[in-house]
Design a protein around this ligand. Structure first.
Ligand code: GRF
Length: 207
């Protein structure tokens, strides 16, 4: 059983999809903690519903950035974290954490990276930009996290067709549907050690 810590800042529909998949026995893991940087995020309510511990951790509440980083690392160690899952987490994970948990931190992005990623590219901003670009296809990317925003080695991508009358809202809905299936699948595989990041930063997926 792997200990999973989820980082989230918003609504948490992905968080809940993962928890449901765990409860259905699909994933050999357990969400041991939710780390959230916003006290009023709806994801906290969802965690409470499942009696999952929540820790509010925001760098803004620390005078020194290093103190924040150390608190974060101590927390991850305390919960014997095997896997960190970013699910709508709007802050950058400190480099020290990224290094320490290399190959054990994943992120989900609601577009086909490397396009439409980076700082400020989250939520509806992404879907608006994709539609403005005139693209006919968007999708979901799940990747290992490295020191840059939306940048690490890609584990899986799934495409979705953009319809003529697509709006940012309708695209968001389609993409969420894919995310709620694809993220639990990747987490399941990681918990079974069937997805690996090699020394050369290559992603290997085994049956
Ligand atoms: C998802 O679309 C994910 O791709 C992005 O943030 C969104 C989070 O949605 N990183 P939710 O909070 O899980 O509903």
């Amino acid at each position: 059983m792997k200990n999973i810590v989820v980082f989230a800042s918003g609504s948490g529909s992905n968080f809940e999809a993962i928890q449901k998949s765990i409860l259905e026995g699909e994933i050999k893991g357990k969400i041991v903690l939710l780390i959230c940087n916003k006290r009023d995020a709806y994801v906290i309510k969802r965690a409470e519903k499942y009696k999952i511990p929540v820790k509010i951790l925001s760098e803004k509440e620390f005078e020194q950035y290093d103190d924040y980083v150390n608190e974060l690392i101590e927390t991850l160690e305390e919960y014997k974290t095997d896997l960190i899952v970013l699910a709508g987490y709007l802050r950058k994970v400190p480099d020290k954490v990224v290094k320490r948990y290399k190959g054990k931190i994943i992120n989900i992005h609601p577009a086909l990276l490397p396009e439409f990623g980076g700082k400020g590219m989250y939520g509806m901003n992404v879907h608006r930009k994709v539609l403005e670009s005139g693209k006919k296809v968007s999708g979901v990317t799940i990747h290992f996290v490295d020191e840059e925003y939306d940048h690490g080695p890609i584990i899986v991508q799934e495409k979705v067709k953009i319809d003529e009358d697509e709006t940012p809202e309708s695209l968001a809905e389609k993409i969420h549907k894919i995310e709620h299936r694809l993220y639990p699948w990747v987490i399941k595989k990681l918990c079974e050690d069937k997805i690996k990041l090699t020394e050369k930063n290559e992603v290997k997926i085994y049956d």
